[in-house]
Design a protein around this ligand. Structure first.
Ligand code: SF4
Length: 67
């Protein structure tokens, strides 16, 4: 199974918590004022980081899926 992060830009409100909670996985686009998903694939040993990013997003714009 592979862990994948999903970012819903329609929901993203630009709080930027994900940059702090999910270091390495998100960047911020100053023009759109929304997050950018840098890397969707999450190694199993980084599951906790990805889960923190999901929990830290006030807009619930981030999901972590087991594929
Ligand atoms: S924490 Fe959520 S709402 Fe904020 S920038 Fe990241 S994805 Fe968007």
């Amino acid at each position: 199974m592979a862990l994948k992060l999903r970012l819903d830009l329609d929901l993203c409100q630009g709080y930027a918590n994900c940059l702090i909670e999910g270091p390495g996985y998100f960047d911020f686009d100053d023009e759109t004022e929304k997050a950018v998903l840098l890397q969707a694939d999450v190694p199993e040993d980084q599951r906790a980081i990805a889960e923190n990013a999901v929990r830290g997003c006030p807009a619930r714009a981030i999901a972590l899926e087991d594929e």
